[in-house]
Design a protein around this ligand. Structure first.
Ligand code: LCS
Length: 398
């Protein structure tokens, strides 16, 4: 094989993809181009940039070199056409909905998505005549039944889903979507492109909250949309530019710095998570554990089919239900009681009263988010310290 045709692998992409082709001073890291606007060398060139005949930069809401570097890096990791970085994960999600759904149309979604994703559809987009059906998408029959021809425009899945960690077969759903002329959108936040690349399985659009694994240091909020082809990119990009939920260059630089170590962080945190899941499973105060890497996970086969690893998220229940869970959350010393996930530090939270509190109780319970469920995001600390911390907190339960 010719040297230039050798494939580039994912750890190499995380470190090199998006680097400027022509560094300004030979700099090794991408600079922060902290400017709101860009000068045009001539009036004709300014007009050409606006008409699209030239791809030079115009104004940071529409594009910026630092932000573009991040977009190229993540699009490369996802094997997509192009990325569009956004101010938050929710900005990515709402931009896709606004671009692809019209008045009178309908979408099908995973019931246990991140709470606000569901609330924005059911409470806000419904005001503009957009309908939705949220079902357990791990069961393909539910998806087939929820489709309303010809109104359904998108199927939106989160896999692994937040916080019950159920999995949806991306390839199978892509097949159902495409035979019905529907687009498949996947929120890949919980896996990251290091563990799962939905476009390779037939998805049309991938979304991330960059706030989580990709940035990985709990110091930035951000999001990204990756389109599989130019047609979808051209449909979504103007909507993002107009609604204005774009990413700031400083934010982009921080995420670019974070993504360089994504593979290292995921590998360490995933090793911790799989050992902690086994430890919890055998703990006398723990009643059940959900982790995609445990053999009793109902969709364990799907992990093998579409993921390169089991991730770093664990859900579990303890003796005395929610009361026992509160004792654990109030007594951890190393785990931080906080929402969010995917950072180097381990976090613990209670979805029913925190991340998913905005979803009405009945729908929450139908989606499997029971009051007793505790969620942990396992970080990169030493396993023994994490285990000892949970152990002392668990033994506070009477
Ligand atoms: N998608 C998923 C799967 C998420 O978990 C979140 C946030 C979002 C999208 C939204 O991203 P953001 O706008 O916050 O960047 N999830 C959170 C969580 O589980 N705890 O706090 C936030």
């Amino acid at each position: 094989m010719e040297e230039e045709n050798l494939p580039i692998h994912k750890s190499t992409k995380a470190i090199h993809a998006g680097n400027l082709k022509k560094p300004v001073f030979g700099e090794v890291s991408v600079p922060i181009f902290q400017t709101s606007t860009f000068s045009f060398p001539s009036a004709d060139e300014g007009a050409a940039r606006f008409s699209g005949d030239s791809d030079g930069f115009i104004y940071t809401r529409m594009g910026n070199p630092t932000t573009r570097a991040l977009e190229e890096c993540i699009a490369s990791l996802e094997n997509g056409y192009k990325g569009m970085a956004t101010a938050s994960g929710m900005a990515a999600i709402t931009t896709v909905f606004l671009a692809l759904l019209d008045q009178g149309t309908h979408m099908v979604g995973t019931a246990s998505v991140y709470g606000p994703t569901r609330v924005v559809v059911e409470n806000e987009l419904s005001r503009f005549g957009i309908a939705s059906t949220f079902v357990d998408t791990s069961n393909l029959d539910n998806i087939e039944k929820a489709i309303q021809k010809p109104d359904t425009r998108i199927i939106y899945i989160e896999t692994p889903a937040n916080p019950i960690l159920s999995l949806t077969d991306i390839e199978a759903v892509a097949h159902i979507a495409h035979k019905n002329d529907i687009l498949l959108v996947v929120d890949n936040t919980f896996a990251s492109p290091f563990l799962q690349r939905p476009l390779e399985q037939g998805a049309d659009i991938v979304i991330h909250s960059l706030t989580k694994f990709i940035n990985g240091h709990s110091d930035v909020v951000g999001g990204i949309i990756i389109a599989k082809d130019e047609k979808l990119y051209r449909k979504i990009k103007p909507v993002l530019n107009l609604f204005g939920g774009t990413m700031d260059p400083h934010q982009a630089w921080l995420v670019l710095r974070g993504v360089r170590t994504l593979p290292l962080r995921i590998e360490k945190a995933q090793d911790n998570a799989s050992r902690l899941a086994t430890y919890l499973l055998n703990h006398p105060k723990v009643t059940w554990v959900k982790y995609t890497g445990l053999p009793d996970h109902p969709q364990h086969q799907i992990v093998k089919k579409q993921m390169d690893g089991c991730g770093t998220m664990i859900s579990f229940g303890v003796r005395n239900g929610l009361e026992g869970g509160k004792i654990v959350m109030d007594n951890v010393r190393l785990f931080t009681l906080a929402v969010s996930l995917g950072g180097v530090e381990s976090l613990i939270e209670h979805p029913a009263s925190m991340t998913h509190a905005s979803v009405p109780r009945e729908e929450r319970e139908l989606a499997g988010i029971r009051d007793e469920l505790i969620r942990v995001s396992v970080g990169c600390e030493d396993f023994e310290d994490l285990k000892n911390d949970l152990d002392q907190a668990l033994f506070k339960i009477p």
